[in-house]
Design a protein around this ligand. Structure first.
Ligand code: SAM
Ligand code: SF4
Length: 337
């Protein structure tokens, strides 16, 4: 159904899809270098080009006034941005924002989990692709898995409900761990989602087409060990969820290659420099930093820019796992994963 928009106060695109969910990247930097996300040498955006935390809070408020009720803070690694709790506290006070969520690699959660909960964060996704310390180091180039384990424990202790693990599965690198990852998550009261690698940015560690491991293969592997039944998804997002017989916890799949999710897209992204991306897999964008800085005291202009952006939101992505070059040259860390 096409949402009605009598006062031009909602973000509705040309295809009748209402944007209610914003993924806000607060930095493109990270303390890890996951092989599918970044190349070994990365050039990061100079700090002065990033939106300030105040500008991000202003944007968040305007989005919420336009009907957005979920904001996910992402990056890069959000928890490496200095003073980031300030932003969570500002957003956490917004009436109308039902869900303030975070995607993190977990390395800093031991320090921040309780303060995030107190600031109003409702849910956390933690990325973890393996349970093996050595493999974790290879996949992230820099990481100490024990910090992530400590971060998961801290998030559980802080009382976060339905924490979700995110795992990107690559053929011959970690596809043998899908069952162990599910058991790890479910035994601790967490959901888990498996993500197919997306061709975002040039990377140097592997050939993405060769490493492609489909959600269907994972599902079949898991079904040898457990009964999984698809459940109706009400998030409007790209995930398909499966309930596990005898468990309250779920297995999800984000499958951009094998399962196109664009029809029900309800989201936009904002990069750390304030570029509004209308689609993960296309280049259509609006420079919100310019609008924010040209109108420091006038949120009406920001609101107009957001409403106008709906006329260029594309119908869908065009990912091609077999393309010699990525369709999109932005890395996931720059896009706001
Ligand atoms: N640093 C945080 C983290 O790792 O959770 C947040 C940002 S990260 C870019 C968000 C998610 O994107 C992670 O779950 C990561 O595994 C995933 N990701 C990164 N690059 C990807 C790619 N090329 N294809 C699919 N998922 C990717
Ligand atoms: Fe950092 Fe997250 Fe990208 Fe890994 S996936 S390099 S943790 S931003």
């Amino acid at each position: 159904m096409i949402p009605s928009n009598p006062e031009n106060s909602l973000l509705v695109d040309r295809f009748g899809r209402q944007v209610t969910y914003v993924r806000l990247s607060v930095t493109d930097r990270c303390d890890l270098r996951c092989v599918y996300c970044m190349s070994e040498e990365m050039t990061f955006v100079p700090r002065e080009q990033l939106l300030t935390l105040e500008e991000m809070a202003r944007l968040g408020k305007t989005f919420v006034e336009l009907g957005v009720h979920k904001i996910r803070i992402t990056g890069g690694e959000p928890l490496v941005r200095r003073n980031i709790l300030h932003l969570f506290r500002e957003l956490g006070q917004l009436d109308g924002l039902h869900d303030l969520t975070l995607t993190t690699n977990g390395t800093q959660l031991a320090r921040y989990a309780q303060e995030l909960k107190d600031a109003g964060v409702t849910r956390i996704n933690i990325s973890l692709d393996t349970l093996k310390a050595e493999r974790f180091q290879q996949l992230t180039r820099l990481g100490d898995i024990n910090k992530v384990f400590a971060g998961i424990d801290a998030a559980l202790a802080a009382g976060f409900q339905r924490i979700k693990l995110n795992a990107v599965i690559l053929k011959h690198r970690n596809d043998d761990e899908v069952l162990d990852l599910v058991e790890f998550a479910h035994q601790r009261g967490m959901d888990i989602t498996f993500i197919e690698e997306m061709p975002l940015g040039v990377i140097d560690s592997h050939d993405r087409a060769e490493a492609y491991y489909s959600s269907t293969e994972i599902l079949h592997a898991l079904q040898q060990h457990m009964a999984l039944a698809e459940v109706a998804d009400n998030t409007g997002g790209p995930s398909r969820y499966f309930g596990r017989a005898g468990s309250d916890y779920r297995v999800g799949f984000i499958s951009p290659h094998s399962h196109n999710f664009c029809d029900t897209c309800n989201r936009v992204r904002v990069t750390a420099e304030g570029r509004l991306l209308l689609c993960l897999g296309q280049e259509h964008s609006v420079d919100l930093r310019e609008v924010l800085r040209a109108n420091p005291d006038d949120d009406v202009k920001v609101r107009e820019a957001l409403l106008q952006s709906m006329s260029i939101k594309p119908q869908g992505h065009e990912f091609d796992v077999n393309a010699a070059q990525p369709v999109i040259f932005r890395h996931m860390s720059a896009t706001g994963g």
